[in-house]
Ligand binder design. Structure first.
Ligand SMILES: [Zn+2]
Ligand SMILES: [Zn+2]
Length: 134
């Protein structure tokens, strides 16, 4: 079974709108904030936003921050497939930065594999202070 992860996605109109709202934002956005921003574009129902977000997360273009119940666009320019993603979240100013890399990916797989567990994906959220606040 082989999945091609490099096909360019044909985004629907709603998905493109949600994607551009996230790209414009300086920080993570909740689904309701996105909905508010896109009302003038014709989005009315939370479900429209949730459906678009679900797909964008599935495509790896957007990450979901569980702790904040918010979404951020993936900042990996090369679009490498990432099963493990880590974020630093500053508790003072709220800055969120994506810090995943392949070594981190491998370590987590190894750690879980040692426990006989097959990890498919994970988002790690690290809380603390960013360099400007520390
Ligand atoms: Zn990413
Ligand atoms: Zn900070």
């Amino acid at each position: 079974m082989e999945h091609c992860t490099h096909t360019p996605f044909n985004l629907t109109k709603n998905q493109s709108l949600v994607m551009s709202a996230l790209s414009r934002a300086s920080g993570p956005l909740s689904a309701y904030t996105i909905l508010d921003q896109l009302r003038s574009e014709g989005l009315r129902a939370p479900l429209q936003v949730y459906r678009a977000l679900d797909k964008l997360v599935e495509y790896g273009m957007v990450h979901r921050l569980e702790s904040m119940n918010a979404f951020v666009p993936c900042r990996h320019p090369d679009g490498e497939s990432e099963s493990m993603v880590a974020f630093t979240i500053c508790e003072s100013c709220g800055e969120v930065t994506e810090i995943s890399n392949n070594g981190f990916d491998r370590q987590l797989h190894k750690l879980a594999g040692g426990a006989g567990f097959n990890v498919k994906k994970s988002t790690v959220e690290l809380f603390g202070e960013c360099s400007s606040c520390a």
